[in-house]
Design a protein around this ligand. Structure first.
Ligand code: GLN
Length: 243
């Protein structure tokens, strides 16, 4: 078995070591003897996402989100829309998550028209939402608790019928108002969680991998791994946040 993993904008969207998510996905596949081919699509790359089995997009500051707009609208936007519609699993973090929505209006009033693959939008606020946080994924995304780190001024709102990835247990999440965190749309997992997210949340990593392997090969279950160290990291932070 082999997965084609596409890493979109590794050159500009890589806050707080978001690239570590790609390493984690690769490593957990390798431990199970599954091959992975990683294709990076930086600004200027002309490849489309055709043939992608999994897509990763990291986060970025307002500046970087504005800097990539021209390139995004030269074809990567359409390519993302069709990958999402085809059910390709996508993990999108913070600025990358916002980018899959309709638009982001920054606190300074700059409007970034984004991909529009999902009916959600983001509005910049005066207060930054910063800190370690904890949320629980909704049942259809696995039901597991997830620890992460958020730092955004954007407040994201989900359109009618669009489901969040989960509910905030401690922290801000999508907007600090409605208790939702992230989005789960088709096979897109969007979240505000930097960190990187996956090394300390192996259950979520495996959920993504299983979604990709099931879609491509009909795999129903992953070989379990010894996650003692990862679970320990997760528990350590979750316990601090749960009180
Ligand atoms: N620039 C966006 C915001 O502040 C995203 C930031 C990020 O990716 N951490 O909302």
């Amino acid at each position: 078995m082999e997965l084609n993993l596409y890493h979109l904008y590794p050159d500009v969207l890589n806050l707080y070591g978001d690239r570590g998510n790609v390493l984690c996905l690769r490593r957990r596949l390798a431990w199970r003897g599954i091959d992975v081919r990683v294709t990076e699509l930086p600004i200027g790359a002309s490849d489309s996402l055709a043939g992608a089995d999994l897509v990763f997009i990291g986060g970025g500051q307002d500046f970087e989100q504005e800097a990539l707009l021209e390139d995004l609208h030269r074809g990567k936007d359409a390519s993302l829309r069709s990958a999402v519609a085809d059910g390709v699993p996508v993990l999108a973090i913070c600025g990358g998550y916002q980018m899959l929505g309709r638009y982001y209006e920054t606190h300074e009033g700059v409007r970034c028209d984004f991909v529009g693959a999902i009916d959600l939008w983001t509005v910049g606020g005066a207060r930054r939402m910063i800190g370690n946080y904890l949320f629980r994924c909704d049942e259809h995304s696995g039901g597991m608790e997830v620890v992460g780190f958020e730092n955004h001024s954007g407040r994201t709102y989900l359109g009618e019928g669009v489901q969040p990835l989960g509910r905030v247990l401690a922290g801000y999440g999508n907007n600090g108002e409605d208790g939702t965190e992230g989005v789960r749309y088709r096979n897109v997992f969007g979240t505000y969680s930097h960190g990187p997210l996956l090394p300390k949340n192996p259950a979520l990593c495996d959920r993504l991998l299983l979604t990709a392997l099931e879609r491509k090969y009909g795999v129903r279950e992953l070989e379990p791994l010894d996650d003692a160290a990862e679970q320990h990291a997760f528990e350590e932070m979750a316990a601090r946040l749960r009180h």
